[in-house]
Unconditional design. Structure first.
Length: 127
């Protein structure tokens, strides 16, 4: 069973959204270098950025794009390519193809049968 591991919230104004989540919920935010992305920490994380509380997830702010209008949940999958193929076989659609993210793993966006955008994350295997 694939687990929910991350959430993303689209924002038209990253600084305004960042202040909102810091001031309203007390979340920590962190600008991610070389990306138009801000990490959101709703719970404490370890040195690798993984939540230390069992079952908890953290997320991020991303620029609102033409294909993504609302919040996104992301699943950790064994294979992004395999999951994309399953999505397409079950009347879903590809929104963003498999993309390597800073040497950590691969990510893609798909739409489910109801038009919701879902993130697919595959960790890079350590050698």
């Amino acid at each position: 069973m694939d687990k929910v591991v991350h959430f993303e919230i689209p924002a038209a104004n990253m600084n305004r959204a960042r202040r909102f989540y810091e001031n309203v919920f007390g979340w920590q935010t962190e600008k991610i270098p070389h990306m138009d992305y801000v990490g959101l920490r709703s719970v404490k994380a370890d040195k690798k950025g993984k939540p230390v509380e069992k079952g908890a997830i953290n997320g991020g702010l991303m620029k609102r794009g033409k294909g993504i209008k609302g919040p996104v949940i992301a699943m950790n999958v064994k294979s992004v390519t395999g999951s994309i193929n399953k999505v397409l076989a079950h009347k879903g659609k590809l929104v963003m193809p498999k993309t390597e993210i800073m040497g950590m793993g691969w990510y893609a966006y798909v739409k489910d049968s109801e038009g919701n955008v879902i993130g697919l994350w595959q960790d890079k295997k350590k050698k």
